[in-house]
Design a protein around this ligand. Structure first.
Ligand SMILES: Cc1cc2nc3c(=O)[nH]c(=O)nc-3n(C[C@H](O)[C@H](O)[C@H](O)COP(=O)(O)OP(=O)(O)OC[C@H]3O[C@@H](n4cnc5c(N)ncnc54)[C@H](O)[C@@H]3O)c2cc1C
Length: 406
């Protein structure tokens, strides 16, 4: 093992976790973390929340200081893009001509933003948030402008809407579908968020697809469904992400809009693992292959990937969870509610504290909780131990909360 060289491609949430888990498990070989961004790995969730709002500074975003990498003998190769993998030679090629040999390879390349592709969308006043630089650019711009249009009523778009309203801007959200966050949350929760944003002064356009952006002096004219709809100063687009799976695909690894991994985070090559947003895995809680974009998935898969690199037997079977902060509503999602046939609620939306529990064939499959962390924790526990039935929970919803405290 001492002569082994483990290379991790992608210095984000999953990448640093793979490195830390390898060292914590006693890996003593060479460990190289290659990342195309110019800085050490940092957290992305605050980029559309507290960092954008100015509540925390840049230093708080970094997972670990430079000294951690030195102490742990993790070699970060920053500003360095891996452009190809040669699985026969067991090398990766770096932009600029260098190659690295590997004994085992981990791919933690994450995603990139989906870009607006309508006429006029390649304008500099159209912002996206994926990297720290993106968030800084948006933050600086927000200090100069008043009218903000947000395209996409998903998590990132709505978090930016909440921040920009707190900053006192005029905010308009365009969502092409009929409800907010429709891909992930139930209709009831979409309605709660619609009301929450409306109450906070956001103008919401549902079912409106942007088809043109026209620049007139310093103003952006937005056209939706072929009609001139709004004048604004900047646009923030949050319309989804695309897996960075190209180097895997070109190297012949099985991919399907993400790098396909098994429950040990192994790709179709026994010497290559993958973890985080760039992967697709069969998820027992979803009952189908999924690509999850969450800190939980990145961290838990990375731990399993590290174990697999070391010949361990760990498997990935964690209950998916996620959070989003908008105004004074902290949403925590446990499980995957797709295909639910019944639901129960505890608490009331008007009290800004409630949970919705989702069931399929009388089994608990997930819950969305607003300012109700104990229900969220309980559901995660219940789903992990698979003890819940609809009948048990219906008898006494409070059992959920007391269970969480056990
Ligand atoms: C604005 C925003 C808000 C979010 N909020 C939440 C939230 O509230 N809760 C939550 O659970 N999740 C949230 N997420 C999602 C969460 O941040 C991601 O799930 C997590 O960062 C995934 O980690 P990762 O390591 O897979 O990918 P990333 O953190 O994206 O890291 C991948 C890294 O690989 C690099 N890379 C890609 N290709 C190459 C290459 N060929 N060579 C070298 N380097 C490469 C990328 O530049 C990047 O630095 C949010 C994400 C964003 C952008």
């Amino acid at each position: 093992m001492k002569d082994d060289v483990f290379v991790v491609v992608g210095a984000g949430q999953a990448g640093i976790q793979v490195c830390n888990s390898l060292r914590n498990s006693g890996f003593a070989g060479q460990l190289i973390l290659v990342g195309d961004e110019p800085i050490l790995p940092y957290q992305r969730p605050p980029l559309s929340k507290s960092f954008l709002l100015g509540e925390i500074d840049e230093q708080r975003l970094f997972f670990r200081p430079q000294t951690h990498f030195e102490k742990q003998s993790i070699e970060p190769l920053l500003r360095t893009k891996v452009i190809a993998i040669d699985r026969l030679a067991k090398t990766v090629s770096l932009e600029g001509g260098r190659t690295l040999n590997y004994t085992k390879l981990a791919l933690t390349t994450g995603t990139r933003v989906r870009r607006l592709d309508c006429e006029g969308a390649d304008n500099a006043q159209v912002h996206y948030i994926r990297s720290l630089d993106d968030s800084i650019a948006l933050k600086n711009k927000l200090a100069e402008v008043e009218r903000v249009a947000i395209i996409g009523g998903g998590f990132v778009g709505l978090e930016v809407a909440a921040v920009t309203r707190k900053l006192g801007k005029d905010v308009t959200v365009y969502e092409a579908e009929e409800r907010l966050m429709g891909r992930v949350v139930s209709a009831m929760l979409s309605e709660f968020y619609f009301d929450l944003h409306r109450k906070n002064g956001v103008s919401l356009h549902m079912g409106d697809r942007i088809d043109r952006v026209k620049v007139c002096d310093n103003t952006l004219e937005i056209y939706a469904n072929k009609q001139h709809s709004l004048d604004c100063d900047i646009i923030v687009a949050g319309i989804g992400a695309i897996a960075n799976d190209e180097i895997a695909l070109e190297a012949g690894l099985n991919c399907d809009r993400g790098i396909i991994v098994d429950n040990r985070c192994l790709t179709s090559d026994p010497d290559v693992v993958a973890a985080g947003d760039c992967t697709v895995h069969y998820n027992q809680f979803a009952g189908k292959p999924v690509r999850l974009e969450s800190v939980q998935n990145a961290v838990d898969q990375a731990k399993v990937a590290a174990s697999t690199m070391l010949g361990g037997e760990a498997v990935y079977d964690q209950v998916p969870w996620f959070w989003s902060d908008q105004y004074d509503a902290k949403l925590q999602i446990a499980g995957i509610n797709a295909g639910y046939d019944k639901y129960l609620t505890a608490g009331r939306p008007e009290d800004n504290k409630f949970s919705i529990f989702y069931f399929k064939d009388d089994s608990l499959i997930g819950a969305d909780s607003i300012n109700d962390p104990s229900s969220h924790m309980a559901v995660r526990k219940i789903m992990t131990t698979k003890i819940a039935s609809m009948v048990q929970i219906q008898e006494n919803l409070d059992d959920l909360r007391s269970f969480a405290q056990q």
